[in-house]
Design a protein around this ligand. Structure first.
Ligand SMILES: NC(=O)c1ccc[n+]([C@@H]2O[C@H](COP(=O)([O-])OP(=O)(O)OC[C@H]3O[C@@H](n4cnc5c(N)ncnc54)[C@H](OP(=O)(O)O)[C@@H]3O)[C@@H](O)[C@H]2O)c1
Length: 210
């Protein structure tokens, strides 16, 4: 069985994940960010794309009061790499990440090769299969917009957790899913789950309807 994929994102009320200059920290409230850390604590791995590593240099650790991020039991960091270089000093490389890549690379970490038909990107079904064989059963997909779109197109998202911050971007930076939306019939039907207020943010849980 392939791992379960839970997509998580923080966005403005008008659907933007990041501004045009790549900035996105922080869109949601401190309460929402704490909630997101609790979600992280409940998965085996946390995954981001190369673009997010370049823009945000994230750590992807569970940081909750009373918990030492150095302790064992942190989710495994997973980077979905492409063909462009990644900064060798990125924080994630200090955490012995799993790197899904389209070709062999000398990036630090455990590199697993899973090329798509273009040879430049990762085939996500194959990549998830690799993660499953490492025993990683629950994956939190944390961005960014390009990777979200590829997962959506591949039909590999099981649940979405959206945190809406109390912000209106008022323009287009990076929308939640990168790429065009051509016609209404291309939209996916989803099932609305729980809606919760977290400080000045709203958490919305969504099930994808297959
Ligand atoms: N608000 C939030 O919750 C949140 C969360 C995360 C990120 N962000 C923001 O999102 C932005 C980064 O997003 P992004 O869209 O630029 O980058 P991204 O989705 O993080 O990464 C995309 C890159 O991943 C690599 N890749 C390999 N296989 C892929 C595949 N099958 N599908 C898609 N990508 C694949 C490619 O790397 P190469 O470029 O090497 O070819 C591609 O350019 C930043 O501004 C960040 O701040 C916001």
């Amino acid at each position: 069985m392939r791992p379960t994929v839970i997509m998580k994102a923080a966005m403005t009320l008008d659907g933007q994940l990041a501004a045009a200059d790549g900035t996105s920290q922080w869109i949601s409230s401190p309460e929402a960010r704490r909630d997101a850390h609790r979600l992280r604590a409940d998965v085996d791995a946390v995954m981001v794309g190369a673009g997010t590593v370049r823009a945000d240099d994230p750590q992807l650790t569970v940081r909750l009061e009373g918990q030492d991020p150095e302790q064992r039991g942190q989710p495994t960091p997973v980077i979905v790499a492409g063909r462009r270089p990644l900064p060798a000093g990125a924080k994630l490389f200090g955490r012995d990440p799993v790197v899904l890549a389209p070709a062999e690379t000398d990036l630090p970490g455990k590199v697993l090769v899973a090329p798509d038909s273009s040879g430049d990107r990762v085939d996500l079904t194959t990549g998830l299969g690799h993660l499953g064989s490492l025993g990683l059963e629950r994956i939190m997909l944390e961005g960014g917009a390009a990777l979200f779109r590829s997962f959506l197109d591949a039909g590999l998202i099981d649940r979405i957790v959206l945190y809406y911050g109390a912000l209106v971007a008022g323009g287009t930076g990076a929308p939640l899913f990168r790429g065009p939306w051509n016609t209404l019939a291309d939209a996916r039907e989803v099932r609305i789950g729980e809606v919760r207020r977290l400080g000045d943010s709203i958490r919305l849980d969504i099930d994808l309807v297959c």
